[in-house]
Design a protein around this ligand. Sequence first.
Ligand code: ADP
Ligand code: MG
Length: 693
Amino acid sequence: MPAREVAAPVTLDYYGEDVFNTAAINKYLPRHAAEKLLDTINNNASLDPAIAADVAHGMKEWALSRGATHYTHWFLPLTGSTAEKHDAFLEPDGDKAIMSFSGKNLIVGEPDASSFPSGGLRCTFEARGYTAWDPTSPAFIKRHANGATLCIPTAFCSYTGEALDKKTPLLRSMQALSVATKRLMKCFKQSEANVKITLGPEQEYFLIDKNFYLRRPDLVQCGRTLFGAPPPKHQQLEDHYFGSIKRRILNFMSEVEVELWKLGIPAKTRHNEVAPAQFELAPMFEDVNLAVDHNMLVMEVLRQVADRHGLVCLLHEKPFAGINGSGKHNNWSLSYGRINLLNPGSDPHQNAIFLTVLCGIIKAVDEHSDLLRAAVTGAGNDHRLGANEAPPAIISMYLGDQLNDVIEQLEKGAATSCRHPSAMRIGVDTLPSLPRDATDRNRTSPFAFTGNKFEFRAPGSSQCCAGAMMTLNTIVADAFDALAEQLEKLPAENFNVELQKVLSRVIREHKRIIFNGDNYTAEWREEAARRGLPNAPDTMAALKALTDEKNMAMFNQYGVFTRKELESRYEVFLEEYHRRIRIEGEIALEIARSMIMPAAVGDLEKNMKTFQAASAAGIPFGTAALKSNIEALGRGVDELSEQCEALATALKGCHEEILAAMSNLRQTVDALEKVVADEVWPLPKYREMLFVY
Ligand code: ADP
Ligand code: MG
């Protein structure tokens, strides 16, 4: 398919044109309603229900001016994707129809939600969940060739108020962290300010030609290849990373950016990734709730635009065995008023705050690394975490040499300050300025300090960021509260000295979580075990953290999850995992039996016929080669048949059996790929999919 050329306008006038942003609010709402709505959006003021009718009317007028005929409450169900149910603005009026949209239509919706996973929170007889408008994430327009729809971001709950989605707990966790941060800042006599939690998610993805994709039932059904031998050349020459971007890809990327910019999504960076056919898109960071919604849209736009270019965007964490997988680095930070709390300060007071916040995060990650691990589980990410190209399943923190030094000094400074005159003392020293340089960053760490933010690298490329962010917010809130509890009791006259002791203790207790070395080595796995760090190798092991008593109590305390909600999530995620594995097993078996077997048998038959003909004609040449082909193919076919039987049996059993049988079957098929004639091999090969555009 020829590359689709789209002439992107060179101005950025269209940035945010499909978003009900501040400009649109001011233009379409009466003044008092606009002011109140903006106060809710910008300052977290509670929403005044009295303005709903005005907002609905203005939003509708704006949407009509943008060509919309329908509206939908847009939400993030537990499936990990987005959901929408469209209603027309249409209202019959005598012989005619008018376009109408009420305040009630804006504020609540009642999708028939019985088929969304709820883990037993909703009996089907009371299946209706409801969606509630989230005014802090602006409404936007989604277009298709024949029209447009007004999308209203919403939270999705049961009638009894239980969260059925990913946004509700995220919003609750933001609230919890906001309250805890204010409490901690009060200990430093900071005046009251807004807490802002920010996220910049770097999105990795693969692109392949659609013609290949359509001939791979495994990709179509599971998003990853269940068979396929890595080609001799894949990524070892490292010639793709940051390489010049091919024209067809650049055309695709440019169109993606235009679409995202129209939606007010600040897509900023684009580049080739390490693996062939792998790329990355990174937006500027935003408010975490908005950034989560935007990332969902980024994934959708990537898929849709790819299709228009005859490409398919693969967001699976591990589409190709033996080739780097895809992650989604979650860059997370926290600011208070105008100050980024993860920015090392330039004066002693600011430093004391920075170090306290840092120690809080160290404590949080050490105490709840099991929850961070649980937040990134999934059948897809299991193939990525722990392989030697992604962060390992053991959560640890990287601080970098300089900051690590600071932390070590801080620890000693309090313990034996007179014997270590050089050790840091809070309230006296400023921090040595830390380099923002990217070069010395440790790419192997799952949770790295990168200058003014933490980068959580374990989330998978297909995952909604909400789970990881909700977890991080909550565990940090918990640690901040624990610190504030101690700091509130310190005498004002001796605050800095006592603070130093508190932080020193935190470091002593939690420094086992800090690891600045290479996370991929076997030595680290051993060392981590000695340090007692949890190592949950797969989804099944990692999800158990959700049912842990101390974790349940914490989520409950912060109002992020009730026990019932958490149990239901555990159930939903577990069930989804099992379903995915089973689907993969069934597809693998079907491909092996109905595509691979006939190809291999056909090739065997051809070799046998030629061999027989040669023997009958008394031709001595070539028969040795034919015989060895026949042997290799015949053995392969026998093995294939055995492995298919084994997988069929395993499919009656548990997921471990299915995974093991699939892996054995794959070895046989991948070996056959190297001997069966290329022209009859039914599946596009890695060397084609990854290199041919
Ligand atoms: P990398 O070298 O890892 O690609 P970048 O410096 O390009 O890192 O930034 C990656 C992401 O981090 C971007 O999305 C950027 O907007 C985001 N980021 C930068 N500062 C912050 C912050 N204070 N809070 C959250 N994300 C941030
Ligand atoms: Mg990064």
